[in-house]
Ligand binder design. Structure first.
Ligand SMILES: [Mg+2]
Length: 370
């Protein structure tokens, strides 16, 4: 199946709707070139599109605008009643602002860019050099063996899940056996080719200001994600928690074990919030002001960000009422567009920045007035 996303027909019929963006509270965040080149596609005319006319650097695909609008209205409208419910149950988050949604975001290639400096950006696992070339080579050999299996279309899910457990387990074992230190993590991040999408910091700042919890849910390594945030963002956010594989270091800063259940690429739906831990602050302590996990579980509307359809499972542990899902389709667009379009409410193509999500979050935080 192919698509003609930039057919003049669609641009003409959708253009006035695109300008709705100008009413978004933070539309000043959107660079003009991006604002003027956004394209919305509706499901009823979508199948006539063909790929050759697609300009993948400038596109957003919305499968069902009416459904999306309904969800946005429901979330914007949720504040007062949910706040009352919170009062009834005397939950901790009554003291929070009452904007009734939370953000659950995948890390690699969702918050971070797919392409960095003309090269494929590194993942939180991939950037790690443990200061021991023998063990780095062993982990690379595991990657070369298991990575193709992860994306094999012929291996049944159950079998693939076992393979992923095996891969992650062996990799973690090598990190311990090879004597990984926290200093090696710091220098690995400093020398890595990893970068956040433009707009991610502004998104975090907005959500912190509005007391909206953010869960970073990753099959990578929590300690590395924290270090990337420290080195690339240079500040601490009290509203961010990480659900990922957590390392345990001894007093000399050497890795001795991993905490909790292993999270790999195919079981991101099983752990939900019980594994969530707040970010450590700059001194290594944990800010006591971070709301507890129970408070997060009570938030029943979700804005989910991912770069893989499997990321949709990140909200499985929540009893949510409304979920708006945003997918970043970074590569192999023609092959994957159909499944992404069906799976996500909004799809950004070709490694787009985060500005559209900043505007969406601002809209969700804005007072509902009709
Ligand atoms: Mg990812």
């Amino acid at each position: 199946m192919s698509y003609r996303l930039l057919s003049s027909n669609i641009i003409n019929t959708e253009w006035s709707a695109l300008l709705k963006l100008q009413n978004f509270p933070n539309s000043n965040h959107i660079p003009n070139f991006f604002l003027l080149n956004r394209v919305r596609c509706c499901s009823n005319n979508y199948n006539n599109l063909e790929m050759e006319d697609l300009d993948p650097t400038k596109l957003i695909v919305i499968n069902d605008q009416r459904s999306l609008d309904r969800k946005i209205s429901a979330i914007r409208n949720a504040g007062p009643s949910k706040l009352q419910k919170a009062y009834d149950f005397m939950l901790v988050w009554f003291t929070m602002s009452g904007f009734e949604f939370q953000v659950i975001a995948d890390f690699d290639a969702t918050l971070t860019r797919y392409w960095v400096n003309g090269l494929r950006g590194q993942s939180s696992h991939g950037l790690l050099k443990q200061g021991n070339p023998e063990y780095d080579a062993k982990r690379q050999a595991l990657f070369e063996y298991y990575h193709p299996l992860e994306f094999s279309p012929v291996i049944p899910l159950e079998e693939k899940t076992k393979l992923m457990e095996e891969w992650w387990g062996k990799t973690h074992g090598l990190l311990i056996e090879g004597g990984l230190t926290y200093d090696a993590i710091k220098s690995s991040v400093a020398n890595s080719n990893i970068a956040f999408r433009d707009g991610v910091v502004e998104l975090f700042e907005l959500l912190e200001e509005k007391d909206v919890p953010v869960l970073i849910f990753s099959a990578g390594l929590a300690d590395i994600i924290e270090e990337v945030l420290r080195q690339k963002v240079h500040r601490y956010f009290k509203n961010i928690k990480i659900i990922s594989n957590q390392m345990v270091f001894d007093d000399s800063g050497r890795l001795v074990s991993f905490k909790g259940k292993l999270i790999h690429s195919l079981n991101k739906n099983e752990h939900a919030l019980d594994m969530a831990t707040p970010l450590h602050d700059q001194t290594g302590g944990i800010d006591g002001a971070v709301a507890d996990n129970a408070s997060v579980k009570q938030r029943t509307n979700v804005l989910l960000l991912g770069d893989h359809t499997g990321d949709l499972g990140m909200s499985d542990g929540l009893n949510y009422e409304n979920r708006i899902s945003v997918g970043f389709l970074n590569d192999n667009i023609e092959k994957n567009l159909e499944s992404y379009r069906k799976a996500f409410d909004i799809v950004y193509l070709d490694d787009r920045p985060m500005w559209g999500v900043v505007d969406l979050a601002a809209e969700l935080c804005s007072k509902f007035d009709g």
